[in-house]
Design a protein around this ligand. Sequence first.
Ligand code: SF4
Length: 144
Amino acid sequence: MSTAIEPSIEDVGYRGLDELEARALEIIKSRGNEGIYQHELWKALGLDSREGSRLTLRLLKKGLIVREPAVHRGRRTYKLYLAKQVKQQVRLEVRIGNALEIPCFTCKNLEKCHSGGFFDPINCPMFGAWLNTKIRMLRRAMQS
Ligand code: SF4
């Protein structure tokens, strides 16, 4: 028997990002398959080229975006796209054999924990850390 957890794109892709990174991803996402020139993104975020380059590199390192060389008005630049693994909905299989590793099963606050409550899975660092570990494992598996 297994239970499937299907986080939304926001749950998967944007968890653990700072506000600037999340805003950048929203803008890149809104351009869809067309992508966005990196200087356009930086301008939309009010960043200079140095800050923009750092932001782009962070998102690339996290595997959240991809970039392709492009030419804009005769100048070489990059176009940025949302990475495929962020676009795809992630299906995370949790088998009962592994269920004991889920922090909630041994949590003393389980009965008081619910959406919108003082104990809330959305804000729980233990649950978030467990879920992030699973997502990292899944991403590694998708890349291999
Ligand atoms: S989400 Fe956190 S607080 Fe809630 S039951 Fe799970 S481990 Fe406990």
